[in-house]
Design a protein around this ligand. Structure first.
Ligand code: ADP
Length: 513
């Protein structure tokens, strides 16, 4: 029972239905919260750090996501077989699929996320826009219903005025989106967006939004508990994007003043309340150069870039998610929340920035992780692991904190120089060039930054690898050691219940000390 006498949900063991850095991040939070974590893994992830960090690990089979991390019956069976009481979906994969949240609940497991109805309402962008409009949250001008055909689209575009964006109602990851600058391009953009959306999401509905010129992407992190409290944890600036995908994020934004932060936070909490939200979520806004902001979409899950908020607000968002799922009140109080210092995150991906960000595959032979004051490395792979084309190309998130933005920036440059990845190309050099760019340093950025600065940033020779021959020797040694390691435990190797009782007893003892 809580202090307020509310019934708490007894969660002792959590299935982490994800992989890579976010699975490891969630496993760490479970352990700090005194919970056991069960990992799942596909054949190619057998030696991944998240598998070894967990108390138990359940194999899912073939690497293709459809047969592993997206296979709902397999994940439910894994949770039940390993004796879990809850499922954390992470981000990506099934995290924003309402049927998964429903399947988890139907199996009498706690879904660590919002109610399925909130996922559904926000997952359909036209419905989300209607709901936000009704709640009084400003939305980007455009349609609030899917368009039947390009004739209807033409009428809507005439009302809005060009340029417009054709967007998929089920959209995500920048897919099913087309910029249309004049009427002659509209019909073909409508068809292209429809078929891309159909292919990517199984739903071809599209709608129109006014295309805003040079806005910033600013999002507000919110947390909501079952005691009716909704708290906003300030903004993240996510304008450094490539093809609508974020590459660098920071908190706070140089463009957000305390009064604007208050207004955006109010709009975000109104948005979350309007859909009966629970847990961690993000309301994305576009901020126009005029200072006007409008609702873009809500992500009903943990966000990749959540660490920058954690560093400036001193909050562990994943632990708060776990607490909410256990029926406990949030540990954070709205009245006391002030951003402190500045945080920057670089998404280090296995992509070659000097070759149009071509995704790279191969074995990481050597990895030197940056450290020292104010540096956080949320990684999912280590030397000896292979990066494949089956999943997203994220190697790790490098996050730094500093007392001011310029201290954080210097720290990021230092940390990026310390980082060494041998074996596959990575985005490391691109990030260094962004940090060195005067426009970025001035904070003079918007979502078109990379389109404009890309040519300037990526000219010249790629820098020589920041590695020494010693690194290669270390890589070979690491690989040898990996080959000698035993496979990860699975529930059939290690009976779940006795281990659980032992582990829990040990943790109880440790926490009593
Ligand atoms: P997705 O869900 O596919 O990620 P979003 O609606 O979140 O798509 O938009 C992703 C990015 O696309 C935004 O961060 C912004 O850079 C750009 N964008 C989206 N809508 C607009 C718009 N109406 N005007 C200008 N840019 C936009």
């Amino acid at each position: 029972m809580t202090d307020d006498g509310q019934q708490m949900t007894a969660i002792k063991r959590v299935l982490v239905a994800n992989r890579g850095e976010i699975a490891l991040r969630i496993i760490r939070a479970c352990h700090e919260e005194g919970l056991e974590a069960v990992a799942v893994y596909s054949e190619v992830d057998r030696l991944s750090p998240h598998v070894r960090a967990a108390d138990l690990a359940v194999p899912l089979g073939p690497p293709a996501a459809a047969q592993s991390y997206l296979d709902i019956p397999k994940l439910i069976a894994a949770a039940q077989g390993a004796g879990c009481q809850a499922v954390h979906p992470g981000y990506g994969f099934l995290s924003e699929r309402a049927p998964f949240a429903e399947a988890v609940a139907a199996a009498s497991l706690e879904f660590i996320g919002p109610p399925a109805a909130a996922i559904r309402a926000m997952g359909d962008k036209t419905e989300a826009r209607r709901r936000m409009q009704q709640a009084g949250v400003p939305i980007v001008p455009g349609s609030t219903r899917p368009l039947a055909d390009h004739v209807q689209a033409r009428a809507e575009a005439a009302r809005l005025g060009f340029p417009v964006l054709v967007k998929a109602a089920a959209g995500g990851g920048g897919k099913g989106m087309r910029l249309v600058r004049e009427e002659s391009e509209l019909a073909s953009a409508f068809e292209a967006a429809t078929s891309e959306a159909l292919k990517a999401f199984g739903a071809g509905e599209v709608y129109l939004e006014k295309y805003l010129e040079r806005p910033r992407h600013i999002e507000i992190q919110i947390l909501a508990d079952s005691f009716g409290r909704v708290v906003a944890l300030g903004e993240r600036e996510c304008s450094i994007q490539r093809r609508h995908q974020k590459l660098v994020e920071e908190a706070p934004s140089v463009a957000v003043t305390p009064p604007l932060r208050r207004r955006m936070s109010e709009a975000a909490t109104t948005a979350a309340t309007a859909v009966g939200y629970l847990g961690a979520g993000t309301i994305e806004f576009l901020l126009a150069p005029s200072g006007e902001f409008s609702f873009l979409e809500m992500n009903t899950r943990l966000q990749v870039e959540h660490p920058v908020t954690e560093l400036v607000y001193g909050v562990d968002i994943v632990r708060e998610q776990l607490r909410v799922a256990m029926g406990q009140p949030l540990r954070v109080h709205a009245g006391t929340l002030q951003p402190r210092g500045h945080a920057i995150e670089c998404r280090i991906t296995a992509e070659d920035p000097f070759n149009d960000f071509l995704p790279a595959t191969g074995v990481v032979r050597y990895l030197r992780v940056p450290g020292g004051p104010g540096v956080r490395w949320d990684g999912g792979i280590e030397a000896g692991n292979e990066v494949t084309l089956y999943y997203d190309p994220l190697i790790a998130k490098l996050i730094v904190w500093g007392e001011t933005r310029s201290v954080a920036l210097e720290r990021m440059r230092r940390a990026l120089r310390e980082l060494a990845i041998v074996g596959i190309p990575s985005s490391q050099a691109f990030h260094l060039r962004v940090m060195d760019d005067p426009e970025f340093q001035r904070g003079d950025i918007d979502v078109t930054y990379l389109e404009r600065a890309g040519a300037r940033l990526l000219v010249g020779e790629p820098p020589p690898a920041l590695t020494r021959p010693l690194a290669v020797v270390a890589a070979l040694l690491a690989e040898e050691q990996r080959a000698a390691e035993p496979p990860p435990p699975s529930p059939s190797d290690r009976p779940a219940v006795p281990q659980s009782a032992w582990l829990l007893a040990a943790r109880r003892e440790a926490s009593a000390q």
